[in-house]
Design a binder for this molecule. Sequence first.
Ligand code: UD1
Ligand code: CA
Length: 452
Amino acid sequence: MQSVVIILSAGMGTRMQSDLPKVLHNVACEPLLIHSMRTASQIDAHKTIVVTGHGAKDVAKVATTFDPSAEIVNQYEQFGTAHAVDQTRNALLNFDGEVFILYGDTPFIEPSTLLRMSKERNDGAKVVVLGFNTKRKNSYGRLIISSDGSLEEIVEYKDANTDQRKISFCNSGVICTDSKLLFNLIGEVENNNANNEYYLTDIVKLAKNKNLKCAAVECAENEAMGINSKVELANAETYFQTRKRIEMMLNGVTLIAPETVWFAADTVVGRDTIIEQNVIFGPEATVESHALIKSFSHIEGAHISKGAIVGPFARLRPGAELANNSKVGNFCEVKKSQVGEGAKINHLSYIGDTKIGDNANIGAGTITCNYDGVSKHFTEIGESAFIGSNNSLVAPVRVGDKAMTASGSVITKDVPNGDLGIARAPQDNKKGFAVKFFKRLKAIKLANKKDL
Ligand code: UD1
Ligand code: CA
């Protein structure tokens, strides 16, 4: 059967205390909405509809960048979750099949959980709701289960009585039902409740009134975590990172102090790579197997090949590509540059917009001067070239294969293959000068003291 996923993302997110729409806050360097959209993409849905409202333009842009086929429906005013779903009525007019309703602020729902809900529907339930048990004090809606085990009703916390509030089985918000039934039921939802909102949760009671069976499927509390404040956002980050670290280790990545390593949602690391303490990954980083990432390195938009060694204290920025067995050492920054196989940038360097050939050696303190204040320029360093310490390579410039540069040089002209480039003032030694010089300075100091 065909299915569609509706992701509700119109709410203001008042409790976030932020100018940014709630669903655009990041967990693991990725907006909350994208986490929900990824879940949707993994169940082979026929269509994903994102309901936008607050910050609609920005939310739509993020959604369609991730999935260009996603449909955006705007809810101009937010009158509640049922009202939000109702906005998709026209978009789904010709659709007859299964609908999953997800929330843009509930990022950790597993595709396998949605499939379990779908199965429950195939087994006869008309509306299937995802619930979770929790011992913590909270304001989620409560799931009322009848004696035959079916779902009787969802009561919003604000509308619940004292006994109902004691129920530990809570509403995650996720629903699986049939499209035609969904819009029929939503048509009957009213807003006579504590919030004067049209609650999607009311469709359970309405279905029961028609003698239609409803069911609750349970998932883990963390999976259903909804994010409403920055405290919950930080908790979500912790939960995500814990899971990702475990996943990495189970896939063969060695983490010496897992709790100190931070991954982005899309970080890929190969087996037998060792990641030392306090390493941070930004978006779009990939690491092959058998690499070593030493402490305090920051890696973003970079690719690290097999056997490469990075850090400690290295910064790899977008477009850094390290070939097999290359090295980028302490206090080195590499941006939009290819570092050839076995090449070394070991100490205190900035390398930007550069191609470094295989087995080249970049001396300590080398800077590629890639920016003239207006445009970026390219540096090429040939295979097995040797760049002396403390060089400035003023781009555009090329140092040839097997060429070398003298330390302290400011290289402004190409150095042909195999040549030595030397660009610094020649040295001149003054016989006995240092001794005479200091003797004079001391004599002056003494004379000044006597004058006082
Ligand atoms: C909702 C549920 C509650 C459940 C909880 C789980 C209802 C009435 N209540 O409450 O039972 O325990 O989620 O997290 O459904 N939204 C819109 N348009 C609107 C209103 C909301 O798109 O008019 C979106 C929000 O952006 C958000 C989601 O729907 O992504 C949930 O809205 P929110 O206001 O956070 O609902 P809760 O009070 O958390
Ligand atoms: Ca919520």
